[in-house]
Design a protein around this ligand. Structure first.
Ligand code: B12
Ligand code: SF4
Length: 431
């Protein structure tokens, strides 16, 4: 039996290097597939799909921004008589919509249901819907070998927990992974690290919420010497001892959403004292040589026309090296979606636009055009002109600021080039 596993192209997002990140969902599905089933993987972000390749089943992974393309791909396979299975975040959020395009869908985590689905398929009794009846006890080791290492960034994701109790307005995690923080067995996860690439991307939804529970893992991580990048709220810097621990574990950068602190246009809702505190916390992080990859979201109801310049000004003044700008996007079933829907403000349900680089709702204090132009202006103002490229899909920013290597000579290069450049640079540095 042969499964063609597909990661569809995703909508446009200016930071082009993100396409070269190996994604964990498909790698886990591949690892859950019985060894006697052949798996062929196509990452449509970087290569075209061979629809004529012989296969028994097409299995497609999708986030919301990939939904339209995933349904198109599903249609082509089904026309050719190949049954299609859909899974991933968007399927868990919109199962009825997804089912209209597939022979079967997998809702939620696939650890138990994918092996069951394969069994049923082989026995000719495929059902239309597979639920996650119980969350995974362990996070299996992803089959990273589905990615051609010469093409991707030398970085693997590592997930040590699932679920988040915070339930932020924009987020899909509580709806897909639940609201309970579920920590994997540290020893088992640490065992995997030796098999991973040079750099790690710790993708835990909110690792820093449960500091005591992750301590054992972090101590073990420090001993491996691998460098890692993670996600955290800025409040992580309230605790300097914890920051010191992160430094000892070789954390080279943190993705931090700074919108709650400053992007509200520094207006009446955000006091100057809070902005000053944000600057102080950022300093604390940088003092430990941890870079901040700052994420800013535009389009909140409290944002006004000056939010774009003020945000870039804040990022500059605080020595942010890599910033990502997003347009507020109401992902299905998030609290934000429900609120904007109730207010009749969602303008399009074309999910290919849901990649945070398009305006899909009616903003409160500016027009959709002004929001979009302000967002582009922020990218253009923050990053040097020589990194910009106008493409038919929109602005592309050719930067590589997040990597823990000297950037000199790391120009933008087409597929494959990124990865080679990083490896070459690393060899130079370690020589
Ligand atoms: C790492 C990460 C990234 C990385 C890598 C992308 C990736 N998809 O892995 C990067 C930085 C590139 C990224 C980019 C973006 N991301 Co992101 N990202 C994540 C994060 C933190 C982890 C993803 C992950 O690897 N999870 C672990 C794997 C194992 O989980 P999984 O993919 O859900 O897979 C499980 C099941 O879904 C299922 N499954 C998955 N695929 C398939 C396929 C089949 C056939 C089957 C049967 C089952 C199945 O089985 C898996 C095991 O149980 C998630 C949050 C989260 N907790 O998931 C956000 C998340 C996926 N990202 C999100 C968003 C919005 C984005 C961006 C659009 C934002 C932006 N503009 O930057 C971009 C995408 C760019 C674009 N142009 O569209 C949202 C998606 C919301 C939605 N409804 O689609 C999430 C959920 C975060 C959130 N706060 O809501 N992201
Ligand atoms: S944004 Fe982060 S903290 Fe908020 S609900 Fe999502 S995972 Fe949890």
């Amino acid at each position: 039996m042969k499964v063609h596993l597909i990661y569809p192209d995703w909508g446009h997002f200016p930071l082009v290097y993100r396409r070269y990140i190996q994604v964990m969902g498909p790698a886990i599905v591949a690892s859950l597939t019985p060894p006697d089933v052949e798996v062929v993987f196509t990452d449509e972000r970087l290569q075209p799909i061979d629809f004529d390749m012989d296969c028994d089943l097409a299995a497609i992974s999708l986030m919301t921004s990939q939904a339209n393309r995933a349904y198109e791909i599903a249609g082509i396979f089904r026309q050719k008589g190949v049954p299609v299975v859909l899974g991933g975040v968007h399927v868990s959020l919109m199962p009825e919509e997804a089912l209209a395009h597939a022979d079967a869908i997998v809702i939620g985590e696939a650890e138990h249901s994918w092996p069951e689905l394969i069994r049923d398929f082989r026995n000719g009794v495929l059902r239309s819907t597979y639920f996650c009846r119980k969350p995974a006890e362990d996070i299996p080791f992803p089959r990273w070998s589905i990615f051609d290492r010469s093409v991707y960034l030398p970085m693997n994701s590592l997930q040590i927990s699932r679920g988040c109790p915070v339930n932020c307005e924009m987020c899909s995690v509580p709806q897909t992974y639940g609201t309970e923080f579920r920590m994997a067995d540290s020893a088992k996860i640490l065992e995997q690290i030796g098999k991973l690439d040079d750099y790690l991307f710790l993708i835990n939804d909110n690792l820093h919420l449960a500091k005591r529970r992750v301590r054992k893992f972090l101590d073990g991580l420090a001993a491996t010497g691998k460098q890692w990048v993670g996600l955290a709220p800025l409040s992580v810097a309230d605790d300097t001892a914890y920051l010191d621990l992160l430094k000892r574990t070789n954390c080279w950068a943190m993705y931090i959403d700074l919108s709650p602190w400053i992007s509200a246009g520094l207006n009446e809702r955000i006091s100057p004292a809070q902005v000053a505190k944000a600057a102080m916390l950022l300093d604390r992080i940088r003092e430990r040589q941890i870079k901040v990859i700052a994420s800013f979201v535009f389009g909140f109801d409290h944002d006004r026309h000056d939010v774009f310049d003020r945000t870039v000004g804040f990022a500059r003044a605080n020595g942010i090296e890599e910033a990502e700008f997003h347009i507020l996007t109401p992902y299905p079933r998030s609290r934000l979606y429900e609120r904007l829907e109730a207010e009749g403000r969602i303008e399009t349900r074309d999910f290919s636009q849901y990649a945070t680089s398009a305006v899909v709702f009616r903003p409160a204090n500016m027009s959709a055009r002004e929001l979009y132009d302000g967002y582009i202006h922020a990218w253009q103002e923050f990053y040097p002109k020589e990194t910009h490229e106008e493409t038919d899909k929109g602005l592309v920013v050719k930067t590589f600021a997040c990597f823990p290597l000297d950037r000199t000579g790391l120009g933008y290069v087409a597929a494959g080039g990124w990865s080679d450049a990083v490896r070459k640079k690393k060899a130079e540095v370690t020589a």
